[in-house]
Write a protein that binds this ligand. Sequence first.
Ligand code: NAI
Length: 254
Amino acid sequence: MNPFDLAGKVALVTGASSGLGAHMARTLARAGAKVAIAARRVDRLEALAAEIAAQDGRALPVALDVTDPHSVARAVEAAETELGALAICVNNAGIARKERIGDLDDPAWRETLATNLDGANLVARAALNAMRKHAHGGSLVNVASILGLRPSPRVPAYSAAKAALVSLTQSLALAEGPNGIRVNAIAPGYVETDLNSAFLRSPTGARMVERVALGRFGRPEDLDGALLLLASDAGRYITGTTLVVDGGHTLSFL
Ligand code: NAI
């Protein structure tokens, strides 16, 4: 049997309307999972669901704002009602705002923490509650960042939120291990998406890529191996880890 096979498993991916979330939803669906694709832009989710269906996959568009606890509860409920008991949750929704260095009262600070940390915690709590109720174990994958491991002075709130998400991953892994639920994080390096394409194409981005050991920024599909490992039975003895997928970027200076 293929240990990466996700046939029949129900997954929820947040922030699935674009970028890495949309790609990870496609990857999980290709591995056989039934995927609730959740975000605020439902029109985009509907297009993605149609694309996945055209490739014989199953995806359910679900409206979700991760900063709203009611919306999070409704999304998990909709996923379970339509698709079945939740087994995998990919906590991917996130934002990166322009930040003013040193100004902790900046609205960017609050907005970034509200989405990337508080939102991730709300989703984690709702997903873990559902998994615990079914007593079939499960896998929660938090999408952190190399900036949570090696902070950048350009985005202090983003770096702090992602560092806290790495710590939260470890706490939740300890708490949920006895329930057979694994909690891990992926820390991607720079992968070109809506979040960062302007930055990566700037002169600073051009200088930065020289410090990536593999000589290029990432592509969404570079995360497939880590995602499938952590989501599937292939990763059955892995919990509390943060898997860095950055082409060797953090070996050098950010
Ligand atoms: P993106 O901007 O294309 O996607 C982010 C997704 O999160 C979008 O679908 C957006 O609508 C959604 N989102 C934002 N706020 C939300 C909210 N309140 N409720 C529900 N959905 C919300 O960016 P990308 O690059 O795909 O980012 C995905 C995740 O990967 C983020 O957590 C980001 O921090 C992380 N990441 C990205 C890296 C990159 O180089 N692209 C590197 C390291 C981490």
